[in-house]
Design a protein around this ligand. Structure first.
Ligand code: DGJ
Length: 510
């Protein structure tokens, strides 16, 4: 059967079948690594003694056993989850996931969903709506963040506030509640200490200090420089200006996390609703000094823009979830969630973000469980129709999404090919494409594959409209895989002036 060749579905079916049979799922070969990440191999022999066909018939259709990226996420009632650009807060043993619901470019609601396993989310309430205050009626409320103030016992929401038509106000909005699921009482909107404030986040430090980190204006350009402010003790106002950061960097989408004594500040570039290269800086204090920016993930942050990092602490340790939005620039309510395991390395203060279409996080232990897929392309012999000096074909399968293969001239189509050495079964093709800030592009391409290098089959992806990163579920056997770059479509440019460039091709399978 087709699904038996696909590890994700095999794993998911086994989880469901065992759950139906009342058997707890235990990976039969698990290697816990120093990072708390577990590679799991789900044994087919676990099916022994079960009537798989019957078990499949009686499974519950809605339970999620994994975090599956780029799909339509539904709540436990089967409704689409509307919670863009928010954050997760843990209250007791329950996780509260806050986020925005926008329609037609305007604010509708800030919703909250709850879960204990981080995979199955129940709608709890709309904690703020366009009817909560007159000025919300026709407005933009973006990037809502909810934090808890221990001293006052209040839950405090901050968000980016704009009128309903443009981004000229540059304000924050604040609301408070005695409970995590509201309703939140609207406190109004303002510019923090009269500075402009657009994309923003909140951070509560281990000493109880609260901070606002926001895209502001220092030198005349909207969002030209980020600003950090300290919040008042009750978190409902701004106490002081802490400092500027990333001067003239035009950074947006801030998200802060602290691990041990290191603060990580993640941001994106400013490119509207289009994905771009994310980057982070580190410091030993929220007051700085902050390091230079380092890139994370691939040039499109795997087709997402960061909004928060969830810290998940269980019995075995702490893991971090990168929470990103994959926006649909034409329809904000049609957006997708991209949640990925984020690795923070204490010793060299680095952050690593890899792509997993599907992965798991055990909320009880805090352990990340990664699929046991292998990238068959990495390090294998690559060729191409041409290569610019310093950009050989081998840089598209070196395991580093920051390096790239580039053709010698800007002519399309182009092709890149890898020889896997022997025939492999491939279940997923992930491609990190070249992106340039402000010239967002999607690629029309074909995946061509062959066992003998003579006769090729084709998967036509010229209908693709995903920006910067593509992940295709496939099921083929091949020794030779060729990516045919038909053309790039540049949203903000009438002509495709790109030189064919690919940062990374990953061919996943067992
Ligand atoms: C990018 C920001 O990150 C989003 O939150 C939103 O403000 C858009 N810009 C608006 O174009």
């Amino acid at each position: 059967m087709k699904w038996i060749n696909n590890s994700k579905w095999l794993g998911a079916w086994i989880c469901i079948i065992l759950a139906v049979a009342g058997i707890g799922l235990e990976p039969n070969a698990a290697h816990a690594s120093a990072t708390g990440v577990t590679q799991a191999t789900y044994g087919v022999e676990a099916l022994n003694g079960l009537d798989a066909a019957n078990a499949k018939l009686s499974l519950s259709a809605t339970a999620s056993t994994a975090i599956t990226n780029g799909t339509d996420w539904k709540d436990t009632a089967g409704n689409p989850i509307q919670a863009n650009s928010g954050n997760i807060l843990k209250v007791g043993s329950t996780y509260y996931w806050y986020g925005e619901h926008a329609e037609n470019w305007k604010f509708e609601k800030v919703n909250v969903y709850t879960s204990t396993d981080l995979k199955n989310w129940s709608f709890r309430s709309s904690i703020l709506t366009k009817d909560s205050a007159p000025e919300l009626n026709s407005s933009k409320i973006e990037r809502p963040k909810v934090i808890y103030n221990k001293a006052t016992g209040k839950y405090v929401l901050w968000a980016h506030y704009e009128n309903g038509t443009d981004y000229s106000l540059g304000r924050v909005a604040v609301a408070t509640s005695d409970t995590p699921d509201g309703a939140f009482a609207y406190q109004g909107s303002f510019r923090p200490l009269n500075y402009e404030s657009r994309d923003m986040t909140l951070f509560t430090d281990t000493d109880g200090s609260g901070y606002l980190v926001t895209a502001s204006r220092k030198n005349g350009g909207a969002n030209d420089t980020m600003a950090i402010f300290k919040l008042t003790d009750d978190y409902i106002g701004v106490q002081s200006f802490v400092g500027w950061i990333f001067e003239n960097g035009y950074r947006e989408a801030p998200a802060v996390v602290k691990k041990n004594n290191t603060y990580y500040l993640f941001t994106s570039q400013a490119s509207g609703w289009y994905p771009n290269q994310g980057a982070y800086a580190t410091a030993s204090s929220m007051t700085g000094s902050w390091s230079a920016l380092s890139p994370f993930g691939d040039p499109a942050a795997y087709g997402s823009q960061i909004h928060s990092i969830a810290t998940i602490t269980g019995s075995a340790g702490t893991s971090y979830i990168y929470m990103g939005d994959r926006w649909n620039p034409l329809n904000l309510s049609d957006h997708k969630f991209i949640w990925l395991p984020l690795t923070l390395n204490d010793s060299n203060k680095t952050a690593t973000l890899n792509w997993y279409s599907s992965w798991d996080l055990d909320a009880t232990t805090g352990n990340v469980i990664l699929p046991s897929l292998v990238n068959h392309a990495q390090g294998k012999t690559a060729t191409a129709n041409s290569a610019a000096s310093g950009s050989p074909a081998s840089l598209a399968n070196d395991g580093n999404a920051q390096t790239s293969w580039k053709t010698a001239s800007a002519s399309w189509p182009a092709w890149w090919q890898v020889d896997l050495g022997s025939t492999k079964t491939i279940s997923e093709v992930d491609i990190s494409w070249f992106m340039y800030k402000g010239s967002e592009a999607y690629y029309k391409y074909k995946i061509e594959y062959s066992t003998d290098g003579t006769s090729y089959s084709t998967i036509d992806r010229t209908s693709n409209t995903a920006y910067g990163f593509t992940s295709d579920k496939v099921n083929f056997q091949a020794r030779y895989v060729r990516i045919n770059l038909v053309t790039a479509v540049l949203f903000n440019n009438p002509n495709n002036w790109y030189t064919p460039t690919v940062h990374e091709v990953r061919l996943l399978g067992h």
